[in-house]
Design a binder for this molecule. Structure first.
Ligand code: CTP
Ligand code: MG
Length: 227
């Protein structure tokens, strides 16, 4: 018999980026949205959505400061130092998930992800999918660049990928070991490189990524309940 319901879930919240496109002095994940740092919001969403513990991967010079965000969660949240690329930060986080059978990888830059999305991803992995990504439709028209001109493409054949992405922990370890120094944009793509099928579940527009200054304005308004 399987013990689906008892599998331990660890979430890696990657928060070690600097946020160049946002242009603030402090790291992006430390920026507050309606008084609560992005990384704290993202971590709380993982715990509310069903993660048993969270590894927060912080910028190296900021691990102590980030640790202070989680003084009330010492038993369930651990802060470690990240690396140069996002995938380095995930790999460093993976070394701390212990015996968890399911692992989520989530961007701290998606602080407003609803817990039901986290739960949905976990459930799909529990039911046997080795790699799961939340996706939403592409709303803008898309064009492919062809030298000096552009050609319309069918947007219904494209999906936008969000996080948390969920994995069988052993498979994600294998994917990272195989990836080595080759760069991948996300962990699902890394799994695909070792022929692991990637399953999609519906995402949610609230899981949007804060990348540019306008995204921060939107997040602030939503978090204050003004939207
Ligand atoms: N990230 C990370 N380690 C890195 C780079 C990125 O943990 N070396 C994390 C970021 O903190 C973020 C997520 O990966 O939560 C998605 O990356 P992105 O939105 O690109 O954030 P930044 O890299 O911080 O932003 P920018 O690219 O504008 O500098
Ligand atoms: Mg980046």
């Amino acid at each position: 018999m399987t013990s689906h319901g008892n599998q331990e879930v660890a979430a890696i919240v990657v928060a070690a980026g600097s946020g160049v496109r946002l242009g603030h002095e402090s790291p992006k994940a430390a920026i507050e949205i309606a008084g609560i740092p992005m990384v704290t919001r993202a971590t709380q969403a993982m715990l509310s959505g069903g993660a048993n513990k969270v590894i927060v991967v912080a910028p190296e010079a900021w691990t102590e400061r980030f640790g202070q965000f989680f003084t009330h969660y010492v038993d369930r949240v651990r802060v470690i130092a990240g690396g140069l690329l996002r995938q380095d930060s995930v790999r460093l986080g993976l070394a701390h998930i212990g015996s968890a059978e399911i692992v989520l990888v989530h961007d701290a830059a998606r602080p407003l992800v609803p817990p039901f999305i986290v739960d949905r991803v976990i459930e799909a992995v529990r039911e046997g999918a080795p790699a799961v990504i939340p996706v939403i439709p592409q709303v803008d028209s898309l064009r492919r660049i062809r030298r000096s001109w552009t050609v319309a493409v069918d947007r219904s054949t494209f999906l936008r990928v969000q996080t948390p992405q969920g994995f069988d922990a052993q498979i994600l370890r294998q994917a990272h070991a195989h990836a080595g120094d080759k760069e991948y944009t996300d962990d699902a793509t890394m799994c695909e490189a070792i022929d692991v099928p990637v399953m999609t579940v519906p995402g949610d527009s609230l899981a949007f990524k804060i990348t540019e200054p306008m995204d921060l304005v939107l997040a602030e308004v939503i978090a204050r309940g003004e939207a």
